[in-house]
Design a protein around this ligand. Structure first.
Ligand SMILES: Cc1cc2nc3c(=O)[nH]c(=O)nc-3n(C[C@H](O)[C@H](O)[C@H](O)COP(=O)(O)OP(=O)(O)OC[C@H]3O[C@@H](n4cnc5c(N)ncnc54)[C@H](O)[C@@H]3O)c2cc1C
Length: 481
């Protein structure tokens, strides 16, 4: 059957995206189905954006091995795949003897997990490197392999590579039913589209348990746990140069203060169980707790510098805290990649390698392509030197027209973001890819111009341009004057 996929991946977050990338090394027919109008819109877009070193997970777990391997893979691939990444290193700081014992324990765990480049620092060494830390800090664990990344680009880059190698990305495809037979699983979307695959790879994040249930697998349950954050203005960039963690507690890795790859400072997250998987509210209480926690590490951090707040929900599994990555025991055509809470971003490329192994183990013939090229080029105009700016404008004048003045984003970059494989289809998609509208004015000036470009490039009227797909139209109609 020509339209039978070898594998259908449900969910195009970072887990599904890297799985599609890894499967693109083989001559397979792949579909990635995503319920939203864009990729990376689930937990992947709202987290701490840290490429963790790997000293935190319990030795011997999938989390531990995928974290360390994922960190290595990201460091090796980020530049080639044009994923903004800064290996700035992380500190876990201690405030007292208990904290010192905790970081020594983390150091030893890191050694067991195979984490490279760790060092225990004295108070003097820490304060020399990070002068804005609290005077109470008495030592730290430095992990040199940790870094900060653009989570959206970490999802976008592998998706693009997979699409380049022929994977079908089906957006607005919300899986509502799956029916297995001897040979395949028939998957139906909410809008009535139907596709079939020999295997289903369940990377549906918070909804992975609901997907598994559709195929009779009730072996795990996912509950959401919310983390709230604030982003601080670029004028406080440099207040810390490393990711600053506090010693972990039962609730998680605690409140961090971290630079971002976009030149801001991130404060958070909280850790609060919630009732609804889609509840992404931010609260006064959550923000207060995040800042109280952050000030313990960096006393001068202030709410006055907040430019925006957001929250992300962790997919907490109920299988002893580890990732759930296995062929389902109830339905052999189902592979679950579930319970992917932190360090899921870091682990995604390694989870994908494991998923490819599971697919082979499930009986799918895997024949490698003769060559595989994952190189990716993205023009970031404001990062070019004057010579290259001049040259690119000569070749393509649309790079000479600045659309977003706050972030210096050109028309050429916006057109490219729309035309690329797995490109932007809406305003938020443009914003996430090129940062048009992310600056101080939050799109007040560039919004209408971005709408015009989307309308022209997608061949749709302005009244059909949406903020984030579905019925989120930017304007409600046209008034003739
Ligand atoms: C507060 C917080 C902080 C974190 N910090 C870090 C960190 O610093 N470093 C790190 O390594 N990890 C971190 N993580 C973890 C990391 O963000 C996640 O592990 C990762 O993003 C999970 O990706 P995913 O692809 O599995 O899930 P998602 O990104 O949620 O993707 C699942 C996709 O499935 C789609 N989907 C769901 N249901 C359906 C359906 N019925 N049909 C079709 N599609 C569907 C969704 O729309 C979504 O796009 C953090 C997480 C949180 C919440």
């Amino acid at each position: 059957m020509s339209d039978l996929y070898d594998a259908i991946i449900i969910g195009c977050g970072v887990t599904g995206a890297w799985t599609a990338y890894e499967l693109s090394r083989y001559r397979l027919k792949i579909a990635i189905v995503e319920k939203e109008n864009d990729i990376g819109c689930g937990t992947t877009k709202a987290n701490s954006a840290i490429v963790h070193a790997g000293y935190d997970p319990e030795p011997g777990t999938l989390k531990a091995s995928f974290n360390v391997r994922g960190n290595e893979l990201i460091r090796g691939r980020a530049k080639r795949m044009a994923i903004p990444f800064n290996q700035c290193g992380s500190y876990v700081i201690a405030f007292d003897t208990e904290g010192m014992n905790s970081i020594i324990q983390l150091y030893n765990r890191g050694i067991q997990n195979g984490v490279p480049d760790m060092k225990l620092l004295t108070a003097e060494e820490v304060h020399k490197a990070e002068p804005n830390l609290s005077d109470d800090v008495c030592g730290a664990l430095l992990a040199g392999s940790a870094g900060i990344i653009s989570p959206f680009e970490l999802c976008c880059a592998p998706t693009e590579v997979a699409v380049r190698y022929g994977a079908d990305l089906l957006r607005n495809f919300e899986v509502v039913s799956m029916v297995p037979d001897e040979e395949k699983v028939t998957v139906t979307a909410k809008d009535g589209r139907v596709i079939s695959g020999k295997r289903i790879i369940n990377a549906a994040g918070l909804y992975a348990d609901d997907m598994a249930k559709m195929l009779g697998d009730t072996s795990f349950k996912i509950t959401p746990k919310r983390g709230e954050y604030s982003i601080l203005d670029s004028n406080v960039y440099g207040i810390v140069d490393h990711v600053i963690f506090q010693p972990p507690t039962k609730a998680g890795k605690g409140i961090l203060v971290s630079p971002t790859v976009d030149g801001n400072i991130l404060v958070g997250p909280t850790s609060d169980p919630i009732d609804f998987k889609d509840d992404l509210a931010t609260t006064d209480d959550g923000q207060k707790r995040a800042f109280d926690g952050a000030r313990k590490s960096v006393p001068s951090i202030s709410e006055r510098d907040v430019i925006t707040s957001f929250s992300g929900n962790r997919s907490v599994g109920d299988q002893g805290g580890d990732f759930i990555c296995s062929i389902s025991s109830s339905e052999p055509k189902l592979i679950n990649l579930a319970g992917i809470e932190s360090p899921g971003l870091t682990s995604a490329p390694a989870i994908a390698e494991y998923a490819a192994g599971l697919l082979r183990q499930s009986g799918i013939e895997m024949v490698k392509r003769e060559s595989f090229d994952d190189t990716r080029t993205v023009v970031r105009f404001k990062e070019l030197d004057d010579f290259n700016k001049h040259e690119i404008i000569q070749n393509n004048p649309s790079y000479g027209r600045i659309i977003c003045r706050c972030e210096t984003i050109t028309e050429g970059e916006i057109i490219d973001a729309i035309r690329r494989p797995a490109g932007a289809l809406d305003m938020d998609g443009v914003k996430r890819r090129v940062r048009a509208g992310m600056g101080r004015c939050q799109g007040g000036f560039c919004g209408p111009r971005v709408m015009e470009i989307l309308s022209r490039e997608l061949g749709i009227p302005m009244t059909q341009v949406t903020k984030f797909g579905k019925r989120s139209y930017m304007v409600i109609g046209r008034e003739e004057l």
